[in-house]
Design a binder for this molecule. Structure first.
Ligand SMILES: [Ca+2]
Length: 216
């Protein structure tokens, strides 16, 4: 081979290399981009899963918020004060003691106030009991039974202007319940688990024969 042909072959080889090198670089870059695309696709799938989980969590949270708002509304309704009682007239602690002793002479008494007690009609007490929710509480032996309910109702009867009426708490040997004195000066029994009111009488069921009675 002539020297001139060798030189030409070498130059041709150099030119080929000049074109082939960028092609190789492009192939390499293409492989890198394909790998990145695969990684990005996996990331996208992971993000979609996370987004789906967030949607489920958000829906659950919104449902919980709705339920809580319902509970808050119920509590706000239950906490609304019961409009004040119409007091028919007033008596003092000595008169309260006299009325209770006449009705239940063998009962031990505790009269908390001395100055004045308000007397209301039975209709006013029925109005209070209709609005008060103590009778709706769930009965649980020892934890929320007769004495707990009677104590709860007495607490409600100690709110605002209702605290001024002649109402109290009584125990028999078998039961706990509430009492009040109405505008006819009658000692009345309230069964806090049913809202039933009855005029006290020595002939009542022994459940309601008080051995201890306090007026607050
Ligand atoms: Ca009630």
């Amino acid at each position: 081979m002539k020297m001139s042909m060798v030189v030409r072959a070498l130059r041709l080889g150099q030119k080929l290399l000049k074109f082939l090198r960028p092609l190789a670089e492009c192939k390499l870059r293409n492989d890198e981009l394909s790998a990145e695309a695969t990684t990005q696709s996996e990331k996208n799938a992971s993000l979609r899963r996370q987004l789906s989980e967030c949607h489920i969590s958000l829906a659950t949270s919104e449902s919980s918020v709705d339920a809580l708002q319902g509970e808050v509304a119920t509590l706000q309704e239950a906490m609304k004060p019961i409009p004040a009682p119409k007091i028919s007239r007033w008596i003092d602690g000595e008169k309260v003691k006299t009325i209770c002793k006449a009705a239940a002479p063998n009962c031990r008494l505790y009269i908390s106030d001395t100055i004045h007690y308000g007397l209301i009609t039975d209709e006013e007490m029925e109005r209070f009991l209709r609005e008060d929710k103590t009778d709706l509480e769930k009965y649980v032996v020892h934890k929320n039974d007769c004495d707990d309910r009677a104590w709860d109702l007495l607490g409600d009867l100690s709110q605002g202007a209702w605290a001024e009426i002649a109402a109290g708490f009584a125990w028999s040997n078998l039961h706990a319940f509430n009492v009040y004195i109405n505008d006819q000066e009658q000692l009345m029994v309230i069964e806090p688990q049913t809202d039933k009111i009855m005029e006290y009488s020595p002939n009542m069921h022994k459940y309601y024969t008080p051995i201890f009675l306090m007026m607050i």
